[in-house]
Design a protein around this ligand. Structure first.
Ligand code: IPM
Ligand code: MG
Length: 358
């Protein structure tokens, strides 16, 4: 019996709706797969918790999460609470506190889903964006002085360390090595940012020597946006700084049809701390409570979680169930051009899981 302890943090906005949907799918998977048990404990942290307690998570939150095998996260963000408070108080507190330095964002055309690039064929867009997840532009270093004076100064300092850059590059090379095309593109901006980004380029050149079987090139971040749209087939694994990959992964999600389907893994690859899994779409307050949030991002996130737990069979079964539903295409939420509800998509994926004999 493979049993895992999962901490669920639904968080804000549609986070609660898509995490609930994900948990239903996990139950169907347990029913389907003998011997798999996901023991889920939910934590009520987020912006409502902040309004009551003045903090986004319990003071001993990290200690409480530490013993879990994985964290299944919804979203953080609320129109009534400043974004930097929600982000730093919960999601970044966990990513940085648990040294989840590798943020992995697959982007692939799912069958039946319309994409601005669909003309390029289903196998032409199959990428994994590896985002440095603990430092860089999100290091939190900086300050603001002379507030509201004409000479006010605001500084956000990107902090890159040789350790941080080396480990994310090695992670990306290892990932590229496991994929059929074995390609890695380093995204840089070393023409304009002549210190840290040149250091990235230098470390990339050094690390590349250890991965002779991986074909690795370099692209400036602005040129990368056009390459993603015009030559998607030339891309396989992409590695980039925290901010560059944040932006590129939204573009990648849009190119695959909807930000509603894109998943993320925040990994502590060495397993010293639990890793965290979340859809990339955020809290989406415009549709919160309407029951039309797309749960596919949350399901695909579940696939990444199962893979991380070593449950490759269950992960593949869940992904196949998702793809059977998108292929038929009659039960899709409005962001994908359909008119189904979150619950209808969830039911369809559960049925597909339970009915399949894979
Ligand atoms: C993401 C999101 C976050 C980020 C937001 C919610 C702060 O856009 O996960 O990509 O910028 O990291
Ligand atoms: Mg983003």
């Amino acid at each position: 019996m493979a049993e895992y302890r999962i901490a669920a943090i639904p968080g804000d906005g549609i986070g609660a709706e898509v995490v609930a949907a994900g948990l239903e799918v996990f139950r169907a998977l347990e029913e389907r797969q003998d011997g798999l048990k996901l023991n889920v404990e939910s934590f009520p942290w987020g912006s409502d918790y902040y309004r009551q307690h003045g903090r986004m998570m319990a003071e001993d939150g990290l200690e409480r999460l530490r013993g879990f095998d994985a964290i299944y996260f919804g979203s953080a963000g609320d129109p009534g609470v400043p974004d930097h408070v929600t982000l730093w108080g919960l999601r970044l507190a966990i990513c940085q506190g648990f040294d989840q330095y590798a943020n992995v964002r697959p982007a692939r055309l799912l069958p039946g889903i319309r994409s601005p690039l669909e003309g390029c064929g289903p196998d032409k867009l199959d990428w994994v964006i590896v985002r440095e997840n603990t430092e860089g532009e999100y290091s939190g270093a900086g300050g603001r002085v002379h507030r509201s004076q004409p000479h006010e100064v605001g500084l956000d300092v990107s902090v890159f360390t040789r350790t941080g850059v080396t480990r994310i590059l090695r992670f990306a090379f290892e990932l590229a090595r496991q994929r059929p095309r074995k390609k890695l593109t380093l995204v840089t901006k070393s023409n304009a940012q002549r210190h840290a980004m040149v250091m990235w380029d230098d470390i990339h050149a050094e690390v590349k020597g250890d991965y002779g079987d991986v074909d690795s090139d370099k692209e400036l971040v602005d040129a990368m946006t056009t390459r993603m749209v015009l030559k998607p087939q030339t891309i396989d694994v992409v590695v980039a700084t925290n901010l560059h990959a944040d932006i590129l992964s939204d573009l990648a999600a849009a190119l695959t049809g909807s930000i509603g389907i894109a998943p993320t893994a925040n990994l502590n690859p060495e397993g010293r701390f639990p890793s965290m899994f979340e859809p990339i779409h955020g809290s989406a307050f415009d549709i919160t409570g309407k029951g039309i949030a797309n749960p596919i991002g949350s399901f695909w996130t579940g696939v990444l979680m199962l893979e991380h737990l070593g449950e490759a069979g269950a992960a593949a079964r869940l992904m196949a169930a998702i793809e059977r539903v998108t292929r038929v295409g009659d039960v899709l939420t409005p962001d994908l051009g359909g008119n189904a509800t979150t619950e209808e998509v969830t039911d369809a994926v559960c049925q597909s899981l339970l009915g399949a004999n894979d």
